[in-house]
Design a protein. Structure first.
Length: 282
């Protein structure tokens, strides 16, 4: 298959390119070559390449940036997606769109399934939900809702904490923000597996198991053999961020199970692999 990947230099984009490269003809697209906010650029590149599948990972994922600059969030996360969708429609391509657990309101106390109603409290979540609906106008699409990402290629929550603790600094992490954690290489492999299966639709995707941000970071620091006492548990209120965070955003992967696709491994196993690789390169 000919596969184009937007946001190919991002954390998930890099992992998707790597996962697809072995069996498919992959075209990594970055903002330098295909700025998704410019329809003419997106249209020009995609009509020239004519991929069968476009995996759309490009987005602003910073909730606070979206909250403080909603116009920019709307331009990139909604209109950027709409541009990809319209170009895909013209060339007959399928689109796999990366969305988020932030489309929910965080008021449940049991995992969210793909059929649960959405009610995002943030600019980021509302714009991503509109992007989902744009993608769903295509006859063949996939939407993958993914939680907090960690993995190689870009500095992320885990790597940032290891650097700070390694330098003798304390790290604050909310203990009252429970969700899933997603190892980018594991997510990328599942995305390719689902696409190859031809089973279109909406999927929740993460590593198995729930954790708070504090639990994730503290476990990473422990695995690295660093001082876990430097990871301080705080509340979301104490963090004082511009955008609201969901107290509970655990997702159930019903669609993957129904499709007969094995769920990704538990997050502690994936985290252990990631930390081992991080420490091995130092």
């Amino acid at each position: 298959m000919k596969v184009a990947v937007t946001g190919a230099n991002g954390l998930l984009g890099q992992a998707v390119v790597e996962a697809a490269r072995g069996a498919h003809q992959v075209y990594p697209l970055t903002r330098a070559g295909a700025d998704i906010t410019q329809f003419s650029q997106v249209h020009g590149v995609l009509t020239k390449l004519r991929p069968e599948v476009i995996i759309h990972t490009a987005a602003i994922r910073d909730l606070d940036l979206c909250e403080t600059d909603p116009a920019r969030a709307f331009l990139v996360n909604f209109h950027g997606t709409r541009h990809v969708v319209e170009a895909a429609r013209e060339i007959g391509a399928q689109v796999a769109h990366i969305s988020t657990d932030a489309v929910f309101d965080g008021k449940k106390s049991s995992p969210y399934s793909e059929s649960d109603p959405t009610n995002p409290p943030t600019v980021y979540g509302r714009v991503k939900l509109r992007a989902e609906r744009s993608v769903q106008t295509l006859p063949r699409y996939w939407t993958f809702r993914i939680s907090i990402l960690f993995g190689p290629g870009k500095v992320n929550l885990v790597e940032d904490a290891l650097r700070k603790v390694g330098a003798g600094q304390d790290v604050l992490a909310p203990a009252d923000q429970t969700a899933n954690a997603t190892y980018a290489p594991d997510a990328a492999q599942k995305i390719i597996e689902v696409i190859e299966s031809g089973r279109h639709g909406l999927y929740h995707l993460s590593n198995q198991g729930a954790c708070s941000r504090w639990e994730l970071v503290r476990r990473g620091v422990e695995l690295a053999g660093l001082d876990a006492a430097r990871v301080k548990a705080v509340s979301l209120a104490e963090m004082g961020r511009p955008a609201a965070r969901l107290h509970y955003a655990v997702m159930e992967m019903k669609a993957l199970a129904s499709a007969g696709i094995a769920l990704p491994r538990p997050w502690p196993e994936a985290l252990a692999e990631y930390v081992e690789k991080l420490m091995g390169r130092k």
